[in-house]
Design a protein around this ligand. Structure first.
Ligand code: SF4
Ligand code: SF4
Length: 406
């Protein structure tokens, strides 16, 4: 089902309405509010981040479905509150994983994305969303920072510009511009180099992968960002891409091909998982108990639950204690769907990130391993908010390995 916006404002709105109406006819009326979509498979907990944070039924996937149905039936109109409800979805995919209706459940996120497009076309979006998309439009990144600074994270390292290496390494927005994200980008790149992987980076011209812009419903802007990247990648003869972020991995793998960007795409853990034998670990490493947080765009969206665990399993002395909600049941950190930048979910006691670090602490682990820079930053803030500094350390998987190799 295409959600592509075609032309000017009224045309866009007509198209989005048409998409929603098609979805309405096909699926919206079938949701009978059973509520499975807001739970993990065990049904013993809540697993929709926005429902967890707000505890109103309208913030659950089924609640959103019924709101959309009421809107299309003319019973309610688009409003500021309705918009906040739609934009508080983190696109985590728990609902598509756990709604019991085959053929219908896969369209849930498409329905929410199309609805967001309708709000955008009406100019009815939370201020954080408006500002996020404006920065993306003007600067090609969500930080509003100059494009020429995009490769600064690699300054002082031996990372080479991309010429004819096997892989392009794509650090993404957080890897390029966020101080913590830059550390993580350097750590992953260092490990790739240690494992003998041939890669380089682009020093200018690339912009955001646009994954979360697409999830925000701004499909025209997503296509613009993707076109800029694919034109550049194709000109540079890029064939294989390694991403730092699962969000970029998802966009390049699933959405770029239909826009002319056909590459072999890997998350960096997928390359390293099969090259751990090339690394030499220090002897007599201290034993440590770690737990692993599955990022939504590597896990549920792309069904890779094992690359990071394979890397961690190769670390001498490290044992993994799984959280109750793991793999396809993992709770989102709350940063998806643009929420990392728009903060529509906010950060109260029941924020998904704080709930998640409490769950990690309950395993007895002292390290919470992550493989996404957004998760790392969200969960580090949550550790501070929970007063767990010194008890639970958020570490990205490559950092854990780098700490223990020669
Ligand atoms: S979206 Fe699916 S799981 Fe959720 S309430 Fe509706 S029918 Fe039930
Ligand atoms: S994608 Fe995640 S946050 Fe959005 S409605 Fe579904 S479960 Fe809730």
């Amino acid at each position: 089902m295409s959600l592509t916006k075609k032309s000017g404002k009224s045309g866009c709105y007509a198209k989005v309405s048409e998409d929603i109406t098609m979805l309405h006819e096909e699926i919206l009326h079938r949701c009978f509010r059973c509520g499975y979509c807001k739970m993990p498979s065990s049904y013993i907990d809540l697993n929709c981040p926005s429902y967890l944070a707000f505890r109103f039924e309208t913030y659950s996937p089924g609640g959103r479905m019924w709101l959309l149905r009421a809107w299309l039936d003319g019973k309610i109109t688009l409003s500021k509150r309705f918009s906040e409800i739609m934009f508080s979805c983190t696109a985590c995919g728990n609902c598509t994983e756990h709604c019991p209706f085959p053929g219908f459940k896969d369209l849930l996120l498409e329905a929410f994305t199309a609805a967001r497009g309708a709000f955008l076309d009406e100019g009815l979006v939370p201020a954080g969303v408006r500002d996020y998309l404006t920065r993306m439009q003007l600067h090609g990144n969500p930080y509003g920072l100059p494009a020429k600074k995009r490769a600064d994270w690699a300054g002082g390292t031996e990372i080479a510009p991309f010429t004819d290496q096997e892989y392009l390494f794509f650090a993404g927005d957080e890897g390029a511009y966020d101080t913590r994200g830059q550390e993580i980008a350097r750590s992953a790149a260092k490990l790739l180099a240690k494992a003998g992987i041939s890669f380089g980076i682009l020093t200018m011209g690339e912009n955001s992968d646009g994954n979360d812009v697409r999830a925000s419903g701004e499909t025209a802007l997503f296509e613009e960002l993707a076109k800029n990247n694919t034109d550049l990648f194709n000109k540079k003869n890029v064939k294989k891409i390694i991403t730092l972020s699962p969000h970029g991995f998802n966009a390049f793998k699933k959405d770029y091909p239909e826009l002319g960007g056909n590459y072999q795409v890997f998350h960096y853990t997928q390359v390293l998982a099969f090259n751990m034998g090339k690394l030499k670990f220090r002897e007599n490493s201290d034993p440590v108990l770690a737990t692993y947080h599955d990022p939504c765009y590597l896990g549920r969206h792309n069904m890779d639950y094992y690359s990071s665990r394979m890397m961690l399993s190769a670390v001498p002395g490290l044992k993994i204690a799984e959280m109750d909600r793991n793999k396809q049941n993992a709770l989102c950190c709350g940063g998806g769907g643009g929420n990392f930048f728009t903060d529509v979910l906010s950060s109260g006691n029941e924020s998904p990130a704080r709930s998640r670090v409490r769950e990690a602490k309950a395993t007895g682990a002292t390290i919470m391993a992550v493989s996404c820079p957004l998760c790392a930053i969200m969960l580090e803030d949550a550790v501070k908010a929970e007063g767990l500094d010194g008890d639970l350390r958020i570490m990205e998987v490559s950092e854990i390995v780098n700490d223990r190799i020669l």
